[in-house]
Design a protein. Structure first.
Length: 296
């Protein structure tokens, strides 16, 4: 499946009709919380799932089988006076053309989840006034998922969604909650969206398109050419990482793609394997042993 998208007056439009954009499996894990009454967690899980899956986030319309597959797993660490402290694992996938394989686009862990929630609270979100940290966080990751998905189908296609996420980060400063602030961390929500909208990462975002549409999606047609396209773009990771050392956007990409890249290049030529290992090790030396398995 390939989505045909047009940009009209700054809005994304697509010629299809149907369901909402996301098919998100959201799970609230409360195993670390003592007590037998879990009803608040069950209610929160249903409300958050409905908020994500039943809301129209864009001007796009999707067929039921085109909805973006994603998961959000929230591990609750503490609940005190209706304030939840948690971590959130966000993953999204998209199908590879003419195969049954789904490739991971995002695999991101957010350790700065703090919000207030009372059972049966209605989850609402208003772009013009951010009042709930819970819905702000969920909305941020919806925009992120949409942005990565669209970048994988068209060059810089995710820009409107990444810009919306950046504006949300600005608006969320008034909440005075962790995860939104500059210089608080190099791996938080602010840092990631700042990378994705940074001109220094424009080539990296173009590579997201080349990796998926010109690489993975062409594997069944010509695996050698498709693999070469993926290989040719890998130096962009090094270039972006040198421009912004320890960039979270590059680390997030490798978190999602390392196993896949290793599998792709196991059948490459020895020289191609060496080039790939050299680049990946330069970008992320802590994973050098994993990259060396390409040669085995």
């Amino acid at each position: 499946m390939v989505r045909i998208v047009f940009f009209v007056s700054g809005l994304l439009m697509a010629f299809s009709v149907g369901a909402q954009e996301l098919n998100c499996n959201l799970v609230i894990n409360s195993d670390q919380i003592q007590g037998s009454n879990k009803s608040v967690f069950n209610t929160l899980q249903k409300s958050a799932s409905d908020f994500i899956n039943n809301r129209r986030w864009t001007e796009l319309s999707y067929e039921q089988d085109e909805r973006i597959e994603c998961t959000m797993t929230m591990i609750v660490k503490k609940v005190e006076n209706d304030q939840f402290t948690a971590e959130l694992q966000v993953q999204s996938r998209r199908p590879v053309y003419n195969t049954s394989y789904n490739t991971t686009l995002i695999n991101f862990r957010d350790n700065d989840i703090v919000f207030t929630y009372k059972e049966f609270d209605v989850l609402e979100f208003n772009d013009n006034q951010v009042t709930s940290n819970l819905t702000a966080i969920l909305t941020y990751y919806v925009y992120l998922i949409l942005g990565y998905d669209m970048d994988s189908y068209s060059r810089m296609g995710g820009t409107p969604f990444f810009q919306a996420a950046e504006q949300l980060v600005v608006s969320a400063q008034t909440l005075d909650m962790p995860g939104w602030r500059a210089f608080e961390s190099t791996r938080n929500r602010y840092a990631l969206i700042n990378n994705l909208n940074d001109e220094a990462f424009r080539k990296f975002r173009n590579y997201l398109y080349e990796y998926h549409r010109l690489g993975l999606d062409e594997m069944t047609a010509n695996v050698v050419n498709a693999r070469a396209k993926i290989s040719a773009g890998l130096p962009i990771l090094r270039e972006a990482n040198r421009a912004r050392p320890s960039a979270i956007a590059i680390a997030t990409f490798l978190d999602a793609k390392t196993d896949e890249i290793i599998n792709i290049f196991k059948r490459a030529s020895d020289q191609e394997k060496k080039n790939v290992i050299e680049i990946l090790t330069d970008v992320n030396p802590t994973q050098s042993e994993r990259y060396e398995t390409i040669m085995k």
